[in-house]
Design a protein around this ligand. Structure first.
Ligand code: HEM
Length: 84
């Protein structure tokens, strides 16, 4: 399933109860089922729930992490919002 989501919709899923959506490079990942297994800890992931965490992601992980885990948790992409 691949959805098109606005940043506002992603922000509505900021907590584990709401799915813990996180944006990395324009893709949206649903991490509620992964948060307790995250080798970097649950706390750091919860802190970026609902937000774009591209900078933080690439600070701590290599491309291999995204290759292995990305497809398991990706639910969609961020919709380009019309500039009015
Ligand atoms: C799709 C989202 C994410 C996945 C699948 C993921 C996965 C992983 C994995 C597999 C590791 C183990 C280290 C490794 O194999 O290189 C790790 C470590 C870590 N992650 Fe994540 N992570 C995600 C998002 C994040 C985010 C958004 C942050 C920061 C806000 C973060 C912070 C860390 C930290 C601090 C470590 C420990 C690094 C170390 O021990 O040197 N992760 N993560």
């Amino acid at each position: 399933m691949s959805e098109s989501l606005t940043t506002k919709q992603v922000a509505e899923h900021a907590s584990v109860e709401n799915g813990l959506y996180i944006i990395v490079d324009g893709s949206v990942y649903k991490l509620d089922t992964f948060v307790d297994e995250h080798p970097g800890g649950a706390k750091i992931l919860k802190r970026v729930g609902g937000k774009d965490a591209s900078k933080q992601f690439w600070k701590y992980h290599s491309e291999n992490v995204m290759k292995k885990w990305g497809p398991k948790f990706k639910i969609g992409e961020v919709k380009e919002e019309a500039k009015l």
